[in-house]
Design a protein around this ligand. Structure first.
Ligand code: NAD
Length: 469
């Protein structure tokens, strides 16, 4: 069952899937799919992109209804789904294509890539189409079959996505939908006929998956998890622009982006001007229903449980040394709309290093750049980080010293490109970045040396031949 966050109305209903039956069907379909010419699989994925293009409006509306994100933003998600196909075709060729070296004496040495088999794709709710699609398309192009379990909060979008693959002519056993929650996710991950697990979601679930497959090193596992991302502001005359970058980083998608800035680390010399400007902008943010006119900047968070948790986190920070700059307000207790909130936690003794997945920005004042870098690294996560202000030498230092998979300068922490690798270090991932590098975990390299005839001669260590007769 799923509900529209903005209204509380029921949106979708369906029964949990049968993991064994789906994996078994996928396993049987795999040899045929893997033996199709590569060009055929690409062509079918291009047809999939066309199907999504044809259905772009209803798809965006469904994403907006099921996640609560504004319609304009849901439309950008649909565009990312379409763009993924061409990007994945280039990525496959560039990252996992063929290499051959011919030599008269040694024959041919070749490196080619083979698909793993049955891939489990587990998706989150915040980008319920684009992120799982970012695993599914490269997996299909490489010759894998997929069992896709969308988030239990966004099954309708998952179902819509899978239908677009089928309408494009991709056999229904090659991309299958598994409806369900963590229980079905666990069963899928542990299934002995699943060769790989491509996961985007929370740290907690990622760690549980890592544990579940620990005794089976043969399964390839890509974990794309959360962050506690810093945006650092040092000296710049462009305070208004810096404030916009902070707002975009912290509050786009109601803060429900893995790359959202959770911590604004600001040099004391910039503090009053910058924090004042960010607060003034945050006060002007329109948060409303996804289809409201004029369009809102952000919608609600995903459900009432998430809104309760975020409100509690705000209170926790306040009662443990935080100073509210902008309170978190919830206009209706029955709906998960939250106003953007800011809290100064500079003097808080033990700041929890957790991902607060919503419109809540913690602010830390620092004396200098050294302290800013130390604060930026004061987390076990390492997904994204931005520096705003300073000059090229400052960014060089920031880039060299900050631990993260995405490090930007005078740009938001979020909004990463699909044409680049996308992944984090520390608790944010397991060194298997997605986006352009998804090709790497969808196929494994096979090294071969080849001669068209058997040809060999003995080396040292043999007695002289003594054949008689
Ligand atoms: P989640 O971890 O609750 O769920 C993700 C998926 O995993 C769902 O399909 C869920 O049913 C499944 N699942 C949960 N527990 C499982 C288990 N033990 N075994 C197998 N499957 C299990 O994540 P969410 O709340 O839907 O999404 C938000 C989280 O995702 C945030 O932490 C966010 O930072 C992260 N995220 C990361 C990225 C990235 O690329 N790094 C992108 C988007 C979101």
């Amino acid at each position: 069952m799923s509900y529209e966050p903005a209204t509380g109305a029921e949106l979708w209903r369906g029964a949990a899937g049968d993991v064994d039956a789906l994996v078994d069907r996928g396993r049987r379909a795999w040899p045929d799919w893997a033996s199709q010419p590569h060009a055929t699989r690409i062509e079918l994925c291009r047809r999939f992109a066309n199907e999504v293009r044809k259905q772009a409006d209803p798809f965006a509306q469904l994403i907006a209804r099921e996640t609560g994100k504004p319609l304009w933003e849901a439309r950008t998600e649909v565009q990312s789904v379409i763009a993924k196909v061409d990007i994945s075709v280039s990525a496959y060729a560039e990252r996992t294509g063929q290499k051959k070296h011919d030599s008269a004496l040694q024959g041919t040495s070749a490196v080619r890539h083979k698909p793993h088999g049955v891939m489990a794709v587990l998706g989150p709710y915040n980008f319920p189409a684009h992120l799982p699609n970012g695993h599914i398309v490269p997996a299909l192009i490489a010759g894998n079959v997929v069992v896709f379990k969308p988030s239990e909060k966004t099954p309708a979008v998952g179902e819509f996505l899978v239908r677009c693959f089928h309408r494009a002519g991709i056999p229904s056993a090659v991309v299958q939908l598994l409806v369900g929650g963590p229980a079905e996710g666990k069963a899928l991950v542990a299934h002995r006929d699943v060769d790989g697990v491509l996961f985007t979601g929370s740290l907690q679930a990622g760690v549980a998956i890592n544990r579940a497959v620990a005794s089976n090193p043969g399964k390839i596992v890509a974990l794309e998890m959360g962050g506690n991302n810093p945006i650092v502001v040092i000296d710049t005359p462009k305070v208004a622009d810096a404030a916009v970058l902070v707002i975009q980083s912290a509050f786009t998608t109601a803060g429900q982006r893995c790359t959202a800035a959770r911590r604004l680390i600001v040099k004391a010399s910039m503090y009053d001007a910058l924090v004042g400007e960010v607060k003034a902008l945050a006060d002007r943010i329109v948060f409303d229903q996804p289809f409201a006119d004029p369009a809102p900047f952000m919608g609600p968070v995903i459900d009432n449980a998430a809104a309760d948790q975020l409100s509690e986190s705000f209170l926790y920070l306040m009662s443990n040394g935080g100073r509210a700059i902008k309170h978190m307000k919830r206009p209706s207790e029955d709906l998960p709309f939250l106003s953007p909130a800011m809290i100064d936690v500079t003097t808080m003794a033990d700041r929890p290093d957790v991902e607060l997945f919503g419109p809540l920005l913690q602010v830390v004042k620092v004396d200098d750049f050294d302290q800013a870098i130390a604060e930026a690294n004061n987390t076990r996560f390492g997904l994204s980080a931005s520096l705003v202000g300073g000059g090229p030498q400052d960014f060089d230092r920031f880039w060299a010293q900050v631990r993260a998979g995405i490090i930007n300068w005078n740009r938001p922490t979020s909004g990463a490109s699909s044409s680049a690798p996308f992944g984090g270090v520390g608790l944010s991932g397991n060194h298997r970045p997605a986006a352009f590098y998804a090709a790497d975990y969808c196929a494994y390299p096979v090294a071969s040396t080849e001669m068209d005839q058997p040809r060999a001669s003995l080396g040292a260590g043999f007695r002289a031949e003594s054949r008689t007769g």
